[in-house]
Design a protein around this ligand. Structure first.
Ligand code: DON
Length: 305
């Protein structure tokens, strides 16, 4: 029997087209020029069925969505207790690029803000900057089920305006959180953010989290259970930055957004969701993406509570 899901997703996407407001990220030249008419949504079920509509082949950079998966890799490579020594798990309520460390512990507050994500990047296996980036690209490609690539134009564009992230890198070095050259670590973090995906890739990656770390299509056990639990926990409390409270009450799904306009949601045991639309609200989350996720959650009863 033909599934009704694609027709339903088309209706949801068409409704969202009329939502105005927001603007693409302006601090990265290439993102500022994004085609704001592009929109897509994908659902990947834990049984391996994937449904997508709209511009589902259009690629965009993962940006902060990569933070969730690189945190899982750091946990796999160094162990949870070592990672917790370096990065906290408290929601910050601050902007993603806040220069801050947790009072008392001097750790970045959580792995979803830049300070924590740059630290997580430094913790993945690899003795050189190239080695770490290679490990991350390999891990993310395995999750997507295809070879992913760095968008060099996005990488170069972000590098031009990376002063704030460089400042975060030097803050981490002076606090003893990272020990390598901060410039190398920040450049690697920016490369990680510039890895291109489409909504189908992201939905499958999210569904791997929903499916206890087992890839829903290949059946490979990619993310160990300790990592899945930890990542979903911080996605719930910190994944949407200072909109985390609104998100948890309205959508109720562990999630992560990126400034290129992507959002992922991972509902344990059920589904991975991905949306794409470049116009962002003042908190850095996709305006139409948030609206689509709110509708899917309401219509399909996806709220965790
Ligand atoms: O660190 C940055 O500025 C970006 N490369 C990633 C930021 C991002 O996606 C924030 N998320 N909404």
């Amino acid at each position: 029997m033909k599934s009704p899901i694609p027709d339903y997703l088309k209706v949801v996407l068409d409704d969202a087209r009329s939502i105005e407001g927001g603007a693409p990220a302006s601090y990265i030249e290439t993102l500022a020029q994004a085609d704001t008419t592009k929109m897509a949504v994908a659902l990947a079920m834990v049984d391996g069925n994937v449904y997508s509509v709209g511009d589902d082949q259009v690629e965009f950079s993962m940006q902060s969505i990569s933070k969730a998966f690189v945190y899982a890799m750091a946990i796999e490579d160094k162990g949870l207790s070592k990672v917790l020594e370096k990065i906290g798990v408290e929601p910050s309520g601050d902007a993603f690029n806040q220069l801050s460390l947790e009072r008392g512990t001097n750790r970045p507050v959580n792995p979803m803000i830049n300070a924590g994500a740059i630290t997580a990047h430094s913790l993945v296996e690899g003795t050189t900057a190239e080695g770490r980036t290679e490990r991350i690209l390999r891990g993310l490609s395995q999750l997507a089920g295809r070879q992913l690539h760095v968008d060099e134009e996005v990488y170069e564009a972000e590098l031009k305006t990376a002063d704030r992230n460089m400042a975060i890198g030097y803050m981490l070095k002076s606090a003893g959180v990272i020990s390598c050259d901060p410039r190398d670590i920040v450049k690697g973090y920016i490369r990680q953010c510039a890895i291109n995906v489409n909504v189908r890739d992201l939905a499958i990656m999210a569904a791997t989290l929903s499916n206890a770390g087992v890839h829903p299509i290949t059946g490979d056990h990619i993310i160990p259970q300790a990592g899945v639990r930890q990542v979903l926990s911080v996605m719930t409390t910190c994944g949407m930055y200072d909109a985390a409270g609104d998100w948890v009450s309205n959508v109720g799904i562990p999630a992560k957004s990126g400034v290129a306009g992507g959002i992922i949601g991972a509902l344990p045991g059920q589904v991975g969701i991905a949306t794409f639309s470049p116009n962002l609200d003042e908190r850095g989350n996709s305006v139409r993406g948030v609206a689509i996720c709110e509708k899917l959650s309401r219509d399909m009863g996806l709220h965790m509570m």
